[in-house]
Design a protein around this ligand. Structure first.
Ligand SMILES: CC(=O)SCCNC(=O)CCNC(=O)[C@H](O)C(C)(C)COP(=O)(O)OP(=O)(O)OC[C@H]1O[C@@H](n2cnc3c(N)ncnc32)[C@H](O)[C@@H]1OP(=O)(O)O
Ligand SMILES: CC(C)C(=O)C(=O)O
Ligand SMILES: [Mg+2]
Length: 498
């Protein structure tokens, strides 16, 4: 596969939106489409225009936005669906019909011959309208192979541009996929695309096997979203193609993480921390032996053929119960804290005691431990919080007032936000005046650490300075606004003073 060119067909806005509970607004869809074009996907499947007026509007907006990617709409082999795609102004129509006996008999209730006739009529209709056509034999991997070949040959003869081979319910094994595509490749002369579902966690493996066997395009979604267990993940598929197989795509891989985070934000489906390529931990190291190796040469405990820079990620050294001396020292040195050997031993002991209680060690925890042993730097804290009050409600714009001593001078600030936490955090940022523009909130996580309405909320917040240095801090309080403010103030104090 070395140097072979593989096309990437993204269906985040169509199959990805079929993720149960996910519904994107037309504004979010157009923003994602622009991001996908920037990422370099060859085709964007923008939606299923017949499904709703909203889907029609977004597909049309995307199709007429002048994007560099080709825009495709989905349609059943029904004239009204094809007309909806034509009305949406897409350049390509992806039409599909069930071919497996199980779906054919129980859903569309048509004979094998009728299915072929519906499929070829749809392809001819699309080509008569001068558009590019992709045809999918839905549930191809559970379709009798001789009949499947017959269907695909019929649509090829009708003028289809590309066939898609979907593993609709995610049941094929990688070796089976290799055999199936090899078999189809003998009879079919137009390009072959594949669309794999992840019911057994094999979607990416199956897509890669399809490509090994001769497919020239893979359908993927950002963050592996899609029906049930989702589709083949874009990041995993593309990075495997580039880094393991040495194949080429048009993807600008440095935007992979940025894209994954945008889709996470808009869909509300969180990226699991351990997700390959884009997860928070994809390039994070906690255990002492690994961290020591990575600090010497990152290839020791990372793939090497895929670096965080290649995908727009960052490498992180995380402190916890598995931390070793090298990692702790490096984290302290990055904050200009330079302990002696004995002081470092004492700091590591305290880090391990805290970690053994099941606590994540934030930077602020580490610096507080170090200050206990080495003494606090002059002028700590920068912000000494005195009062926080918030006003919120269904007919009130959330407003917060914060009073604090800032470098020894009393300051009172107020701000509004989309909710009480947002308002309070903005008021705290305003407290630090000229520093505010150089300090930004990098991440914010809130968790109930006990159950019930009076649960203790734990907030972990990360703040970043303009040089990209991030300091994390934690606070727990029964009041989520106070926990958030306390964590932010601690993080800012540590960032400005270390
Ligand atoms: C594997 C996939 O991801 S396929 C794409 C799945 N995505 C979606 O279904 C999301 C959007 N869907 C929708 O909004 C609706 O299902 C619509 C608008 C498409 C159709 O809605 P309805 O007319 O209310 O029908 P409903 O969804 O209940 O049933 C599907 C109908 O399409 C028929 N059908 C299903 N696939 C096809 C096909 N490829 N070609 C022709 N007819 C089909 C079914 O036989 C059924 O027809 P019937 O109403 O005559 O029995
Ligand atoms: C529309 C088709 C290609 C599909 O999503 C599937 O079969 O999973
Ligand atoms: Mg699908």
């Amino acid at each position: 596969m070395q140097d072979r060119k593989i096309s990437i067909f993204d269906t985040t806005l169509r199959d990805g939106e079929q993720t149960p509970g996910v519904s994107l607004t037309p504004e979010q869809k157009i923003e994602i489409a622009h991001q996908l074009a920037k990422l370099g996907v060859d085709t964007i499947e923008a939606g299923f225009p017949i499904a709703s007026a909203g889907d029609m509007e977004s597909v049309r907006n995307i199709a007429t936005a002048g994007l560099t990617s080709e825009v495709c709409g989905l349609a059943r082999v029904l004239t009204k669906d094809l007309d909806a795609c034509i009305q949406a102004d897409v350049g390509m129509i992806h039409t599909f019909v069930s071919t497996s006996d199980i779906q054919r008999i129980h859903t569309i209730k048509k004979s094998r011959e009728e299915v072929i006739e519906m499929a070829t009529n749809a392809v001819e209709y699309i080509k008569d309208h001068g558009m590019r056509c992709m045809f999918s034999a839905m549930d191809a991997t559970r379709t009798d192979i001789d009949y499947l070949v017959e269907v695909y040959k019929a649509v090829e003869d009708a003028g289809c541009d590309i066939i898609n081979v979907p593993d609709t319910v995610g049941v094929i094994a990688p070796s089976g996929m290799y055999r199936l595509i090899s078999e189809l490749d003998k009879d079919i002369n137009i390009p072959i695309d594949t669309h794999c579902h992840n019911d057994f966690g094999l979607a990416v493996a199956n897509s890669l096997m399809a490509i090994e066997a001769g497919a020239s395009q893979a359908q993927v979604t950002v963050n592996g979203l899609g029906e049930r267990a989702g589709n083949a993940d874009l990041a995993e598929t593309v990075m495997s193609l580039h880094s393991i197989y040495g194949a080429k795509t048009n993807i600008n891989t440095e935007y992979i993480v940025e894209t994954a985070r945008m889709v996470e934000r808009y869909t509300g489906v969180a990226i699991p921390p351990h997700m390959p390529v884009v997860g928070e931990n994809a390039f994070a190291h906690e255990s002492g032996i690994h961290t020591h190796g990575v600090l010497e040469n990152s290839d020791t405990f990372e793939p090497g053929i895929m670096t965080p820079e290649m995908v727009g990620h960052t490498r992180r050294i995380v402190l916890g119960k598995h931390a070793g001396r090298h990692a702790v020292l490096r984290s302290l040195q990055s904050a200009n804290i330079n302990p002696s050997d004995e002081q470092l031993d004492a700091i590591i002991n305290k880090v391990k005691v805290l970690a053994d209680k099941g606590k994540r060690i934030t930077d602020a925890d580490l610096y507080a431990i170090a200050f206990d042993i080495l003494g606090k730097p002059e002028g700590m804290p920068v912000i000494d919080l005195k009062e926080v009050s918030v006003m919120t409600g269904n007919i009130t714009t959330s407003t917060a007032v914060v009073k604090a001593m800032v470098n020894g001078t009393e300051r009172i600030t107020s701000d509004v936000g989309v909710g009480p936490v947002d308002a309070a955090l903005k008021a705290v940022e305003t407290l630090i005046g000229k520093h505010a523009s150089s300090v930004s909130i990098h991440d914010f996580r809130i968790e109930a650490v006990t159950g019930g309405a009076d649960a203790l909320a734990e907030v972990v917040i990360g703040v970043q300075d303009k040089n990209g240095r991030i300091v994390t801090a934690r606070a727990a309080n029964a009041d989520i606004v106070l926990a958030s403010v306390e964590a932010l103030v601690t993080a800012i104090n540590m960032l400005l003073k270390t």
